[in-house]
Design a protein around this ligand. Structure first.
Ligand SMILES: *Cc1c(COP(=O)(O)O)cnc(C)c1O
Length: 226
């Protein structure tokens, strides 16, 4: 086994063990907590090593970068699942619908409409999540909490299937508060999936109902600089 391969395997084992431990501590089934390996800006060899370890669920935050990387792997690994976890521009909707299995970042009516129309064209019905800007941060994507219900109504009318919520808590606030808030919103709206928790805080998201944790650096190591 190469050095990279054994390092990635070790990281994966460590993260999975933490997920299992939290699941059992908080009386959850570990199968209900899906590990989304965030491969953005990671060197190809690390992604290949992760695939060799058997990981099949990945997250990317940019459509173009994801396309360059995953279009070929799609042919090679038929059981891949790809989540879009970054902001989506309407001019990239066509490519996003063609490539991804789940869009986690629906956050405005215009995007919901564009996605619904494109899915009809491509004869697809991808499950989507709504990204909620739980910290109401100006620079951050996501719908404001008080606008969530109206957005869900638009999605419903357009035929866009929303199965969950996603959030990225503010850096300088306790993540658990935001996870608890997102959980409450999902319960109110009857939504099943909760995408929350990253390398630094995924263990805190598990007691609060995370079904998908999005982990990058703890699995792959540091990303290439911007
Ligand atoms: C980059 C990214 C992650 C992963 O972050 P790490 O801290 O490396 O685990 C998770 N979610 C989103 C939306 C991201 O952009």
């Amino acid at each position: 086994m190469s050095d990279i391969q054994s390092q990635i395997q070790q990281n994966l084992d460590t993260v999975r063990a933490k997920i299992s431990k939290q699941a059992s501590l908080f009386d959850r089934a570990s199968e209900d907590i899906h590990l989304v390996a965030v491969s953005k800006k990671q060197p190809l060899e690390r992604v290949q090593a992760m695939l060799a370890c058997g990981q099949r669920l990945f997250g990317e935050n940019r459509v173009q970068e994801a396309h360059e990387r995953w279009a070929d792997f799609r042919g090679e690994y038929t059981d891949l699942t790809l989540h879009l976890i970054g902001p989506l521009q309407t001019n990239k909707v066509k490519e996003a619908v063609a490539l991804f299995d789940v869009i986690e970042t629906v956050d405005r009516p215009k995007l919901a409409k564009a996605l619904a129309a494109e899915m009809k064209k491509q004869d697809k019905n991808l499950p989507c999540y709504v990204q909620v800007n739980t910290g109401e941060e100006e620079q951050k994507a996501g719908v404001l909490p008080h606008e969530l219900e109206a957005l869900l109504e638009v999605c419903k009318n357009e035929g866009l299937v929303i199965t969950g919520l996603m959030c990225i808590p503010p850096q300088d606030e306790p993540a658990a508060l935001h996870f608890a808030f997102l959980q409450k919103l999902a319960q109110e709206q009857g939504l099943q999936n909760l995408s929350m928790g990253m390398s630094g805080d995924f263990e805190k998201a598990i007691p609060l109902g995370a079904t998908h944790v999005r982990v990058g650096t703890a699995l792959f190591g540091e990303r290439a600089p911007q």
